[in-house]
Write a protein that binds this ligand. Structure first.
Ligand SMILES: Cc1cc2nc3c(=O)[nH]c(=O)nc-3n(C[C@H](O)[C@H](O)[C@H](O)COP(=O)(O)O)c2cc1C
Length: 193
């Protein structure tokens, strides 16, 4: 039975919920799964495949997820790796417009002003060769108080208040379908070269 490590960084819990659902599906598809928050996951251990996901705040992944990938870069580059971001809320895109790809929507442009968080993801992706980076809609509960000062300040800005719709927009069908795809890929024997 292949062992998969699912690592997540979540501030308010919705990304944790996505990671947990992915882990459940992988398990039901016959994989052995370990799930851990990025700040507790020191290493990759004996995992043969890894899924890493983070919430996005102001165009950036949470530090713990970036740091988990950085400190395990060499190992992750040798393993099948999938990344996911959770993610835009309807109407809260970093960069709006037709035909905007999901990563740009969630993390912002590849270059120029506001590209810092996106560049960090490009950097860790270039070092670890993820098979895919999927973006899922997230959730926002305005009653759940900010967890860090920067979030408190940002949430007070009138433009941000207007742009952040309250609700749980997680698309469980899309999340489960993706997890099944991962399980199917892992079930396919590698072609010898
Ligand atoms: C202050 C604030 C800033 C956010 N910035 C972004 C962003 O830049 N891009 C994005 O896609 N989603 C953004 N979101 C949406 C969150 O990523 C979404 O709510 C996510 O599901 C939160 O995950 P968590 O509950 O695991 O912390 C933001 C949400 C808040 C409250």
């Amino acid at each position: 039975m292949k062992k998969v490590l699912v690592v997540y960084a979540s501030r308010h819990g919705s990304t944790r919920g996505i990671a947990q659902r992915i882990a459940n599906v992988l398990q039901s598809d016959g994989l052995e799964v370990v799930i851990a928050p990025a700040d507790h996951a020191a290493g990759v251990g004996t995992a043969e495949a890894v899924v890493v996901g983070s919430a996005i705040y102001m165009g950036s992944w949470l530090k713990d997820a970036v740091e988990f990938i950085k400190r395990n870069e060499v190992t992750l580059a040798e393993l099948p790796l999938w990344l996911f971001s959770s993610g835009p809320l309807p109407g809260s895109s970093m960069q709006k417009g037709p035909n905007v790809d999901p990563l740009t929507d969630a993390l912002g442009p590849q270059d120029g002003p506001g590209s810092g968080g996106r560049k960090k993801i490009a950097e860790i992706s270039a070092a670890t060769y993820p098979k895919e980076h999927r973006v899922f809609l997230g959730a926002f509960d305005p009653e759940d108080p900010p967890k860090v000062t920067s979030e408190r300040l940002v949430r007070m800005l009138p433009a941000v208040k207007k742009a952040l719709p309250a609700g749980d927009f997680r698309d469980w069908d899309a999340i489960e379908a993706w997890a099944h795809e991962i399980a199917a890929t892992l079930a396919t024997p590698a072609v010898p070269v």
